[in-house]
Design a binder for this molecule. Structure first.
Ligand SMILES: [Zn+2]
Length: 220
């Protein structure tokens, strides 16, 4: 893998930024791709651009506004973020990862990258069907068949929880960076965020757990 090139599906959030650092460690060349689909906050795109620039990573921003046309959700409209029992959260954009990974595959083909890295995760599964491992594996086969190639989709976060994602960032020497520079908050506030939306709560809970474990580990 060390001599290969990888494309990271990159949003500027905690997970994909951690994946970016992971890819930098594991591949010779890394490029990032961000999809513009009318996110609630332009801050998200700015944040992704800033990180890619700081880390010196070639950055592709692709227009995916058609996704917003097809599937308005709370991520793209100014709607409240809600999750009713037994239903997918209102942040769900049907087919999002299918399209993102497919377009990342087309880009990978164009720039001669064999590897595609995505931060999808089945552990903190909010019920998104296209975050499941079985979906990613299936799409990997489809991509290879469609372009007669041998792409490998990597999912470094698939089986770890939010606390372990912080741990991974720490191991990669990116703990402070991810804490300060990434944007996960649904209200568009960088770093620790608004502290109130579901994304901030999930992020903070993971961070607290990790810090507890780290302190516990240090004193043993
Ligand atoms: Zn927030």
């Amino acid at each position: 893998m060390k001599n290969d090139k990888a494309v990271v599906v990159f949003s500027g959030g905690q997970d994909s930024t951690t994946c970016l650092f992971w890819a930098k460690k594991n591949f010779k060349e890394v490029e990032a791709v961000t999809f513009n689909y009318g996110q609630r906050h332009v801050a998200e795109l700015d944040c992704a651009r800033e990180i890619a620039e700081e880390l010196n990573i070639p950055h592709h921003v692709l227009d995916m506004s058609l996704l917003n046309q097809l599937a308005p959700s709370a991520l793209t409209r100014d709607e409240d973020i809600v999750q009713k029992d037994g239903e997918l959260p209102s942040t769900f954009v049907p087919g999002r990862n299918l399209m993102f990974l497919s377009f990342a595959g087309v880009l990978a083909k164009q720039i001669g990258a064999k590897h595609i890295v995505t931060g999808v995760c089945e552990t903190d599964f909010s019920g998104y069907p296209d975050c499941r491992d079985v979906f990613v594996k299936s799409l990997n086969v489809t991509l290879n068949l469609s372009m007669d190639d041998e792409f490998v989709i990597h999912t470094p976060l698939m089986w770890i929880d939010k606390a372990e994602t912080w741990e991974l960032a720490d191991q990669l020497g990116a703990f402070e960076y991810v804490q300060e520079k990434t944007l996960t908050c649904y209200n568009g506030i960088k770093g620790a965020g608004c502290g109130e939306c579901p994304a901030c709560e999930l992020r903070q809970r993971g961070l607290d757990q990790y810090l507890e474990r780290r302190v516990g580990g240090d004193t043993e």
